[in-house]
Design a protein around this ligand. Sequence first.
Ligand SMILES: *[C@@H]1O[C@H](CO)[C@@H](O)[C@H](O)[C@H]1NC(C)=O
Ligand SMILES: *[C@@H]1O[C@H](CO)[C@@H](O)[C@H](O)[C@H]1NC(C)=O
Ligand SMILES: *[C@@H]1O[C@H](CO)[C@@H](O)[C@H](O)[C@H]1NC(C)=O
Length: 291
Amino acid sequence: MKATPPLALLLSIAVAAPTSRSTPDYSRLTVAIVRAETASWPMPLMNKKWTDVQFTLNATIAKGIKLIEEAASNGANLVVFPELWFPGYPKGIADPRSIAPLLANYIDDFLTINSAHWRILIHTAATRNIYIAPAFSHLENGVLYMGQALISSNSTSFIRHKLRPSGKERDIWSDGTMDYMTFSMQSQAETLHPTAWPYTPDIADPRAAYWESLEMNLAVARVFAVNANPPLVFASVGNARFLDPQDLDLAIVEAETSTEEVPLVYQSFNTTDLAMTVPYTTHSEQSWSIL
Ligand SMILES: *[C@@H]1O[C@H](CO)[C@@H](O)[C@H](O)[C@H]1NC(C)=O
Ligand SMILES: *[C@@H]1O[C@H](CO)[C@@H](O)[C@H](O)[C@H]1NC(C)=O
Ligand SMILES: *[C@@H]1O[C@H](CO)[C@@H](O)[C@H](O)[C@H]1NC(C)=O
């Protein structure tokens, strides 16, 4: 069987302050990175047996809101979720015997923009004055995409689709469009790069296929960061981290740490110089001038 590299969703954003209300001090931005599993998901991390486990978007939204509220209470300005956290990454998708009985239920557990569930996220961002970057199975015009969004505290949202779902993911999700290409993002002077990965074990985990390994996925994230130089959020169930603009680890929580005890990783950083960057540069590693 062909291997399935779950390459991350990548979203390019520039964090801007809302125009009204009491504006937090965004010169020191605090990101909360979700590393807890979705509401209904086989644990421990590398267990892919779906016996007696059913996806439920509703319960996942409820758990997601609890995490967002916890993050807001701890002073976070932005919460970033792992890939397909709503309603949960279909772990074991590379082995159809494991997940096949759940697929119909899974496909029905999509999120649509402006649904009641979506509006709960919008409402929470507004009432808690926090930005939310959910990653979700997105149904749009009858087609499912691997979606990621940035929901602002002023109720505006930006949506992105993974350009090319990996391997078996293509049985469920369709391709995004060309404007989601990595190059377009790398060639902009990003101020923050939140990436969403499904789940990541710790280094040298013998149970991990190469496409699940920390070594491979973190390498991909580091290559992005070192080319584009934004701080990078590595949101993932299990091993989650925050890389500085030079691509080095500022915060790490290992997968072996209980997700109940530590559901979120926090990192604050000084945005002063980042906020002064131009929207694009012709001199960076990836630049429009080389095209
Ligand atoms: C809402 O926030 C977004 C992102 O931070 C910003 O681009 C937009 O201008 C804001 N809209 C209003 C009406 O303030
Ligand atoms: C969805 O969750 C909410 C809040 O957690 C609950 O009040 C509601 O009854 C749930 N709906 C369904 C259909 O399970
Ligand atoms: C943030 O960075 C700016 C520019 O480098 C610096 O002047 C300022 O002192 C820094 N703030 C903190 C709290 O470190």
